[in-house]
Design a binder for this molecule. Structure first.
Ligand code: ZN
Length: 184
């Protein structure tokens, strides 16, 4: 169990295209997935891709329930363990809805920035679980948005790439300033 450092934009590591995961999972990859969960819940966030930890493997996790629902605190500080942790390995969209929804997105790698992004409202996804078994299912709503956001990370794409050039340069400036402040 360990919390790892999340890469912050404009870190080059966030631009890496992740490679496919092979089965059976090695102990190292299992440890990475555990650390991804620890890191996501600690942040706190509702999704995290391995690339955000500087590990370019096609793995992402989500738990879109635990913050929107009631988060119980057992001792007043630590959130209770996973509500609905999902692990997505080698994910691939096999269909995207033509209908688009705008949803406000944020990202642990782009702190304090929240912007509306247009994305297909529903998707069909094929992925593997931790045993290497393949699944396929349709998703819509917030989870569909979260999955598209997370899997973009695996191709080195950030949600801010989908904004206007002007907004992107403003965000870049803001993030560089933030880094300066933290280093001083
Ligand atoms: Zn993100």
């Amino acid at each position: 169990m360990a919390i790892r450092e999340i890469l912050i934009y404009p870190d080059d590591g966030l631009r890496e295209v992740a490679r496919a995961v092979e089965f059976p999972l090695t102990g190292e990859v299992r440890a990475l997935i555990q650390d991804m969960a620890d890191t996501m819940y600690d942040a706190p966030g509702v999704g995290l891709a391995a690339t955000q930890l500087g590990m370019p493997l096609r793995i992402a996790i989500t738990d879109t329930d635990w913050r929107s629902g009631e988060v119980r605190h057992e001792d007043g500080s630590e959130p209770v363990a996973a509500r609905n942790l999902k692990v997505w390995i080698n994910p691939e969209f096999t269909w995207r809805d033509e209908g688009v929804v705008a949803c406000e997105e944020g990202c642990l790698s782009v702190p304090e920035i929240y912007e509306d992004v247009d994305r297909p409202a529903a998707v069909r996804l094929r992925w593997q679980d931790m045993e290497g078994e393949t699944h396929e299912a349709d998703f819509e709503g917030f989870l569909a948005v979260a999955l598209q956001h997370e899997f973009d990370h695996l191709d080195g794409i950030l949600f801010i790439d989908k904004l206007s050039r002007l907004k992107q340069s403003m965000i870049k400036k803001k993030m560089k300033k933030r880094k300066k402040l933290q280093n001083s």
